[in-house]
Design a protein around this ligand. Sequence first.
Ligand code: HEC
Length: 112
Amino acid sequence: MKKTLIAIGCFLAVLAVGQDKKNGKGGAGDATKGKDVFESNCSVCHNADSEEKKMGPGLKGLTKQDKMVNGKKPTDANIKALINAGGNGMPSYADMLTDEEKADVIAYLKTL
Ligand code: HEC
């Protein structure tokens, strides 16, 4: 009986760890970390709290717009491509940010 309980306990612990991983890294970014990425890399040129132009367009409500400046829909993949490419006054972040940092900053942009 005791052994069975221990076995169930281990099984639950493994499940709990699995859940943590899901909420943490893989795939979707972390908006809290993304805010830091934004403040150290993007906020010189972009407002986060308005659509008013700084160097680049204000990014408030970006993901609720139909199109971005490049005419593409603001999906995760398209925003990431834009961040990687830069252009028209925006630096390219392809090598400047990790994939994780890009996912985090996109998660943050979605909260604006
Ligand atoms: C040196 C200034 C500068 C920096 C730094 C910068 N950008 Fe930009 N960004 C721009 C400019 C200028 C544009 C407009 C480009 C155009 O008109 O094609 C732009 C456009 C964008 C757009 C499209 C906005 C829209 O409404 O379509 C997004 C999204 C964006 N930047 C995200 C970021 C992120 C995220 C970072 C930080 C990782 C960043 N930018 C850093 C200057 C900058």
